[in-house]
Design a protein around this ligand. Structure first.
Ligand code: FES
Length: 356
């Protein structure tokens, strides 16, 4: 594939000093902490305590952030003990006119990122990825059941906000399990939603008092659940139980799941070569330790779209489906899940699956 004229312009050797992206980013950062040529950065505009252990951050991203759909997630990067650490969080609001992103996180006292994130205050700046994921309802012929536990409520809130803003709303039941009433998030917001949208049914299950949410309790609270398209999100054991129940009932075709735990990918710090697979799982090319993915793909005869080869033009952006890469400009390691990466400045730290 041929490079475009503008990116070729950037490759002229006498423009090298102008191509120092890190230098430009540092300069821009000193003028305005959200300005960047290459990074999605966002300013915290509001912090809200949603319940005893969950906090929402309202973020205003810079112009590099593209957009998102209700149900998607993104990665938040923060410095933790001198190292940049990245975690994925579901976006808990629907796209809105103000362009704000709301991330709601459960604060784990022993976590590496959530205590730092929850301590952010108005005016602080964070780094974000583009939004990713395809957790959404797809069957317009069926009513919806949103089955959530703990912080699994977050993508559901985005979908509820999205549907509430439409004139043709689907038939929706939310069944939300929290340990106690103090740990049930968005109680006021859900009340407001029901006020605006009286057909919406919301059941809150308090597991400390009522026991773990079981298939029997589901059948009792939502007798027509089998006829609904179900979106499931919560802790792994909660999801496994209901996924197994749906399998046993032959209902798996009507179940969509969002796993918070990133697909586990072994980071191999001493490996000399890494394998890169395409979306179908076929081996596409291999990359040496420290080699950028664009160069590695070209060495194996592939021709990915590219331009500047310096992390500026974004022509080489590609969706990583799983695996860990290091951004050579920022020396940040990615999460193991889905993210948009630039092939020309990304080097693998594990085997990868890319949408190529
Ligand atoms: S080729 Fe320009 S950003 Fe990668």
């Amino acid at each position: 594939m041929r490079a475009t004229p503008l990116p070729l312009f950037w490759r002229l050797p006498w423009l090298n000093p102008l191509n120092d992206v890190t230098g430009w980013n540092n300069l821009l950062h000193t003028i305005n902490s959200t300005w960047s040529l290459t990074e999605v950065r966002a300013r915290v505009v509001l912090r809200v305590q949603e319940c005893r252990d969950m906090v929402s951050l309202y973020l205003k991203p810079n112009r590099l952030f593209k957009s998102f759909k209700a149900g998607q997630y993104l990665s938040l990067t923060l410095p933790s003990n001198g190292v940049l650490t990245t975690r994925n969080f579901s976006i808990s609001n629907a796209p809105n006119r103000k362009g704000l992103i709301r991330l709601t996180l459960r604060v784990k006292a022993d976590g590496r990122v959530t205590p730092l994130a929850s301590a952010l205050k108005k005016g602080d700046t964070v780094r974000l990825s583009q939004a990713g994921g395809d957790f959404s309802a797809t069957d317009p012929s069926r009513g919806k059941l949103l089955l959530a536990a703990g912080s699994g409520i977050t993508p559901m809130m985005a979908m509820l906000q999205h549907w509430a803003s439409q004139t043709d709303r689907p038939d929706v039941v939310l069944l939300y399990s929290a340990r106690t009433a103090e740990q049930a998030a968005f109680r006021d917001e859900l009340q407001t939603l029901v006020h605006r949208w009286p057909e919406l049914r919301v059941h809150t299950h308090l597991s400390a008092a009522e026991g773990r949410l079981s298939a029997e309790a589901l059948a009792q609270k939502v007798p027509d659940y089998a006829a609904r398209e179900t979106l499931l999100c919560g802790p792994e054991s909660f999801m496994e139980n209901f996924a197994e129940h749906y399998r046993q009932q032959g209902l798996e075709a009507h179940l969509k799941q969002e796993h918070f735990q990133a697909r586990k990918t072994a980071v191999q710090p001493n490996a000399e070569h890494f394998l890169v697979f395409n979306a179908e799982g076929q081996s596409a090319f291999s990359a040496r330790q420290g080699q950028n993915l664009l160069e590695a793909a070209e060495s194996d005869g592939l021709t990915p779209t590219h331009g500047c080869r310096r992390g500026i033009c974004m022509s080489c952006q590609c969706k990583k489906l799983s695996g860990v890469v290091i951004n050579q400009l920022t020396q940040t390691a990615s999460d193991a899940g889905e993210a948009w990466i630039q092939l020309c400045v990304s080097t693998p730290a594990s085997d990868l699956h890319l949408e190529i």
